[in-house]
Design a protein around this ligand. Structure first.
Ligand SMILES: C[S@@+](CC[C@H](N)C(=O)[O-])C[C@H]1O[C@@H](n2cnc3c(N)ncnc32)[C@H](O)[C@@H]1O
Length: 400
């Protein structure tokens, strides 16, 4: 919880203006003095060199940061502070029409909602609070308490999700409100049902930030042969099938997620014995190679690979190798077909991705027309001063 009298810290320029502008953290290594007497997670009152108040910070030496929030001179970091932030965040999602009983949405998107270091996702009547470090986790109960009071969910759980680290396997969680959520929860998005697992690994089975991409792709599916690579739980595949694609092929290396994709089909009354639907457990690179050898093409090819491949013994990194994958995939896109190039990897800068797309087009002799460029949906607000937080980049391209 908060300390009654936070330690005061004078920030050197340009940090006061950066914090006021919405920068999510101050780098400890850039401060001329060390923070004396503070424990990880302690609240700091941030001031300018003339002692004007700037905001609050959470001291996080392990991450080398002070997570910082601009605040008015009268504000104190008390329950009302959390309430105001959560209330505003909820108001925005309400305006967006996202707060229905069964919907899945992001309620708090870090500094975009004035709470750097915290992410909160809502899945139907259940809420998951992520703290981006152990130091911040000290404040998860205070945040969870006001979320419970505002939203009246069945459950609120909290997890630590260290920023920038690859986390695999089950991760521990704490019940902050109500009872443990059921192992399987069903949410709905645009009338489509998806099963999510809130108490397993970091990923719940549905990437909520891809909502606009799923929506934008709808008109492209009807009567088309669709290939969904790195399909995970098949969220794009289900939409393609419901939109009456001629065929939907979902490829992933993990048998577990393919079973989950099948569950999502069944949840939407799509028959697994329908010949139009194929679920293929394979390495995507190999699948494309074999398709090329058999001169098999698709009208819509979706690429949304992870930061690095999870196939044992294979070395592939999105940052350096996405261009090669795009070129490889372009060889199986039918003339006039659509290729979807997406990533949520923060390491991939938008300019770099555009260059990789241009190079892949040149290499394969395909002229690409950009028909839509998609960024984060409105429940993922970011600060203009911190564009690094805009992690979703997606291009819908027609291959002439
Ligand atoms: C980021 S998720 C894809 C998200 C998905 N497009 C969605 O929107 O739900 C990455 C998936 O790629 C799979 N994967 C990683 N490397 C692979 C490879 N070489 N071949 C096939 N699947 C792979 C993982 O099993 C995982 O399910």
């Amino acid at each position: 919880m908060l300390t009654a009298e936070p330690i005061s810290l004078a920030l050197p320029d340009p940090w006061p203006s950066r914090v006021r502008g919405g920068t999510p953290f101050v780098e400890l290594s850039e401060l001329p003095i060390s923070v004396e007497g503070a424990e990880p997670g302690d609240v700091l009152a941030l001031r300018a060199s003339n002692y004007d108040p700037v905001g609050f910070g959470f001291y996080d030496p392990e991450s080398g940061k002070i997570w910082s929030m601009p605040a008015g001179p009268e504000e104190t970091l008390d329950e009302k502070f959390w309430h105001r932030r959560v209330h505003h965040a909820l108001e925005l999602r309400g305006r967006l029409g996202l707060t229905g009983e069964e919907s899945a949405y992001r309620l708090i998107n870090g500094e975009g909602d004035g709470l750097p270091g915290f992410l909160v996702d809502v899945y139907s009547r259940h809420v998951v609070v992520y703290s981006l470090s152990a130091a911040l986790d000290r404040h998860a109960p205070a945040l969870s308490k006001v979320i419970a009071a505002e939203l009246h969910p069945h459950s609120v759980i909290s997890k630590i999700r260290p920023a920038g680290e690859q986390v695999t396997g089950r991760i521990p969680f704490r019940i902050e409100h109500g009872e443990e959520p059921p192992a399987n929860v069903v949410v709905r998005e645009g009338g489509v049902a998806y099963e999510v697992h809130l108490t397993g690994g970091l990923n719940t089975g549905l990437f909520v930030d891809m909502r606009t991409v799923r929506q934008s792709l709808r008109p492209w599916f009807r009567g088309r042969h669709v290939l969904n690579t790195f399909c995970y739980t098949g969220s794009f595949s289900v939409v393609a099938a419901l939109e009456e694609a001629k065929s939907v092929t979902s490829v992933d290396f993990s048998a577990g997620v393919l079973d989950w994709a099948k569950t999502n089909f069944e949840l939407n009354q799509l028959k697994l014995n329908d010949k139009r639907f194929k679920f293929v457990r394979d390495d995507v690179f190999e699948y494309i190679r074999v398709s090329r050898r058999h001169e098999k093409t698709f009208d819509v090819v979706i690429l949304d690979p992870p930061a690095m491949t999870t196939v044992p013994g294979k070395r592939w990194f999105l940052k350096s190798d996405y261009g090669r994958l795009i070129a490889h995939a372009l060889k199986i896109v039918s003339p006039g077909g659509l290729i979807v190039v997406a990533t949520t990897c923060t390491a991939s800068r938008p300019e770099k991705l555009e260059t990789q797309i241009r190079e892949a087009a040149r290499e394969t002799g395909r002229r690409l027309r950009l028909v839509e460029s998609i960024g984060l949906p409105a429940d993922f607000p970011t600060q203009m001063i911190y564009p690094q937080a805009r992690h979703l980049k997606c291009f819908l391209l027609l291959a002439d």
